[in-house]
Design a protein around this ligand. Structure first.
Ligand code: TXA
Ligand code: MG
Length: 319
């Protein structure tokens, strides 16, 4: 994407510039108290797709949404009564997985099509200023290429992502140096990822022990075993619908019930459309009495790898 990554200063101009870039759908790395995040507008599917592209992530796992305050959380998620004692840890290195509001307006890609959302209020003053200036939800995984160590300085971010992201807001080293602790309410409070806030502190606040995820929920960070999958079956790498509904990629060729991930074969557009189109086409197939969706071949490079990973999971036989 961007050819040159601009380093923005930790002042009013730098923050305004970073917020403007997020509004334009660009990727901006910014400091939080845990690690540097790679931020994008969480409502913009193509911007979120660009995060996966820049990180070279081979799969779409759901990302954490950053907002400046509890009012921001309430715009995208319902806060169950059970979760309220943990609000005392915000702002801070805690992420809660909560039921997503129907009017949250987040891209499907950012939540991997789930009806829950992971949300966090970072304490870092620059993160706070950026989120307030942007005035919307910011998706941000750690700002490093997939499979490498999380960055705690602007130099680390540039080591991995220079030239792949528009800008970085340089706030010096991060304090915690470890990702946020993730607690889900599923509905039992469950420790999904260990991190910056110790288990004991959370259990003391909740006055109960945190459950450990069981198979069928979430087995490890980034490893959701229950994924959104359509009701009808999928046939991958198809050349033609042959009586099925059609999920296209490239110019439209068939006059059948269909959706097109990207008529111009743009993988970023295809990634942004993936979950919504699968959902819509599932319903369209059912409405047309069809029991299968044929999916056009998607190139297996760049974002195509993650798209194919998700399609294979959706196509896998279900128990
Ligand atoms: O410290 C942090 O949390 C950093 C900084 C930048 O804030 N962010 C970070 O974000 O680590 P990310 O997007 O890499 O974390 C994603 C984690 C994954 O392990 C994923 O499984 C979990 O959050 N997650 C996100 N949404 C979820 C959901 N709806 N249900 C369960 N887990 C979810
Ligand atoms: Mg990471």
């Amino acid at each position: 994407m961007a050819n040159k990554t601009v380093t923005l200063p930790a002042n009013t101009d730098g923050i305004a510039d970073a917020a403007a870039r997020l509004r334009n759908g660009q990727l901006v790395a910014f400091p939080t108290e845990t690690v540097y995040g790679l931020g994008a507008d969480a409502r913009n599917g193509e911007a979120v797709a660009a995060i996966f592209e820049a990180k070279g992530r081979p799969r779409f796992n759901p990302l954490i949404i950053h907002v400046p305050d509890v009012a921001g959380v309430a715009q995208i998620a319902d806060i169950p009564d059970d979760a309220r004692p943990l609000l005392a840890f915000w702002p801070g290195p805690l992420t809660l997985v909560l039921p997503q509001r129907a009017d949250a307006n987040l891209s499907d890609l950012v939540t991997a099509g789930l009806d829950t959302v992971a949300v966090r209020i970072p304490a870092h003053p620059l993160a706070q200023s950026l989120l307030r200036a942007f005035d919307g939800p910011v998706a941000a995984p750690s700002a490093n290429p997939s499979g490498t160590v999380s960055p705690t300085t602007a130099a680390h971010v540039l080591d991995g992502l220079d030239g792949k992201i528009a800008a970085i807001l340089d706030g010096g080293p991060c304090d915690v140096g470890l990702e946020s602790t993730i607690v889900g309410f599923l509905p039992k409070p469950t420790l999904l990822r260990k991190g910056g806030i110790p288990r004991a502190a959370l259990e003391a606040a909740l006055q109960q022990t945190l459950a450990t995820p069981v198979a069928g929920d979430i087995t490890a960070p980034g490893q959701l075993s229950s994924h959104y999958a359509p009701t009808v079956s999928l046939r991958l790498n198809a050349r033609a619908p042959d009586g099925d509904a059609w999920l296209g990629f490239g110019p439209d060729k068939f006059d059948v019930p269909s959706r097109n991930l990207s008529p111009s074969e743009d993988l970023r557009e295809a990634a942004a459309n993936l979950f919504a189109h699968l959902r819509q086409l599932d319903q369209i197939a059912i409405d047309n009495g069809l029991s299968q969706i044929a999916v056009a071949k998607i190139p297996d490079f760049g974002l195509g790898e993650a798209i194919n990973d998700r399609l294979r999971r959706a196509a896998a036989p279900r128990p």
